[in-house]
Design a protein around this ligand. Structure first.
Ligand SMILES: [Zn+2]
Length: 495
């Protein structure tokens, strides 16, 4: 890469709207230069600027563009960078011709930063359709038939064509049809995990912290990985927080209906005419396409998570998380025997107090393999009985164990004495070496056996205690995991 052309354009219209022409040309330049500076290869190249001021993108003959295209014909340019596709050209057919025929033929790399387009990343016919569609829109904008454009866009979107820029975290554009969303298997589980944490009663902040502590890949990091470069690095909105999870990022995911398979559009419109100003539409104007793509979570999960977030906002005194764990000592120990995931303790509440606690496996629910699990009260009763049978030790039992242990220590002392005597007998020639070795081995075997039993009693004594009720402390002391199924307790792993 040796010669890069930067193309900057500002139209009369924009000049009128913004007041300062310089600002927009400057901001375009800054964005492009930042982009170049962050790219190891690009930053080594020569940079030439081509500027058209007061020209609209639909004017095909522009002095700056003409000069640039002449250089292209002469083979003096290797790479063209613009902020947006529409800066370069708004005419769909012509732009398509450049992107699909002229530039590839001349070996020119074309980058439109905000469109996330880089011809060097495009596999043959990769995002061709997408670009064409964008250009089609630019075409419409340019002719200022905004009504028609809106209609065309809405029709496309109603048909389930994903026409927004980047797909939400957890999804990818289908390589075979760029209008379609497919599940990004690499991070889809993270989206489910976020909803799981929220349903478990973690706040947005706690959820973000958990994600960070577990090194869960952020949306931005994933975008970077897919694209091969950081598409956001040059945007003024981007902050260092984009590289870690924050509560607002978690909220954005929790609020995104796309995860239920629903495609919501017409939420906002980005004006192509006054510097990309975004206008938000009232909720009544949102349009939904259900079952547009594969859902990552159920509608119920989505609603539950959002209700939790909302209820916390409404009344900060109502702490779901605390109540949840306070109300069952087993809450964090129970796992699904089928899939191994933590069992949820869903609370039904009348707003003041807990009415009931229902156990369910979120994971199995997601896979539509949910079993009806035992009720919390039954489970607590059963666990209590098991722990009592297994670990409850009263005073007389404890004394018995201590007595047994004392006796074993005494026996080992005697064995040691016997070993010394046998050794002297051998030393003074009273018994043969073979006889001595045999006796010595027997003694050592008994010693080992006794030591083992002493150790086992130690363990038993350590665990011994009176179990009179199932408290959080008792559960914590004895239990690591309890696996349950529809049939009840399947297996308990102890501490
Ligand atoms: Zn399960």
């Amino acid at each position: 890469m040796n010669n890069i052309a930067i193309y900057l354009r500002i139209s009369v219209l924009e000049k009128g709207n913004l007041g300062h022409t310089e600002d927009t040309i400057n901001s375009q330049r800054n964005i492009i230069k930042n982009f170049i500076f962050n790219d190891q290869e690009l930053k080594k190249a020569n940079i030439e600027e081509y500027i058209d001021e007061g020209y609209s993108g639909s004017t095909t003959s522009r002095p700056g563009l003409d000069k640039l295209l002449l250089k292209v014909k002469q083979g003096k340019i290797n790479c063209i960078i613009v902020k947006d596709m529409s800066r370069f050209m708004r005419n769909y057919i012509e732009m398509g011709d450049y992107l699909e025929n002229i530039f590839p033929f001349m070996g020119i790399r074309f980058i439109a930063i905000n469109d996330g387009y880089d011809s060097s990343n495009e596999v043959q016919n990769g995002t061709e359709l997408d670009i064409q569609f964008k250009n089609l829109l630019n075409d419409y904008y340019s002719r200022d038939i905004s009504e028609k454009m809106t209609t065309a866009l809405l029709v496309a979107k109603k048909q389930g064509k994903y026409t927004s820029g980047a797909p939400p975290y957890g999804y990818l554009k289908d390589p075979e049809d760029n209008y379609k969303l497919i599940v990004d298997e690499k991070v889809a589980e993270n989206v489910r995990y976020i909803f799981q944490l929220l349903l478990e009663g973690h706040s947005l902040n706690e959820t973000a912290k958990t994600l960070n502590s577990e090194g869960v890949m952020t949306a931005r990091a994933r975008r970077k990985e897919i694209k091969g470069y950081d598409a956001y690095a040059n945007r003024w909105e981007s902050t260092v927080e984009d590289t870690i999870w924050s509560h607002s990022m978690v909220r954005r995911i929790a609020n995104n209906e796309a995860y239920t398979g629903t495609f919501v559009f017409n939420k906002s419109r980005k004006s192509k005419l006054d510097g990309g100003k975004v206008t938000y539409h009232p909720k009544e104007e949102w349009i939904r396409v259900y079952d547009n793509h594969e859902a990552l979570i159920s509608k119920e999960t989505f609603d539950e998570a959002n209700n939790i977030i909302k209820s916390r906002k409404r009344n900060k005194m109502f702490k779901w998380g605390e109540r949840k764990y306070k109300n069952s000592p087993l809450a964090t120990y129970v796992r699904c025997n089928k899939c191994g995931y933590k069992i949820r303790f869903g609370i039904s509440s009348n707003g003041k107090e807990i009415v009931s606690i229902n156990l369910y496996c979120y994971h199995c629910r997601m896979l539509e393999q949910e079993e009806k699990l035992p009720h919390n009260k039954e489970l607590e009763k059963e666990v209590f009985k098991i722990l009592k049978d297994k670990f409850h030790t009263d005073k007389t039992e404890k004394k018995k164990l201590l007595d047994e242990q004392k006796e074993l220590y005494d026996r080992n002392d005697q064995l040691l004495k016997k070993k010394r005597i046998e050794f002297e007998n051998y030393k003074f020639g009273k018994i043969s070496r073979e006889d001595f070795m045999e006796t010595k081995n027997q003694i050592q075997e008994s010693e080992e056996e006794n030591k083992e039993r002493i150790g086992a009693i130690d363990e038993e004594l350590k665990q011994a205690g009176s179990i009179d009720s199932l408290t959080k402390e008792i559960v914590e002391k004895y239990i690591d995991k309890i696996y349950i199924s529809g049939k009840g307790i399947e297996r308990i792993e102890y501490q």
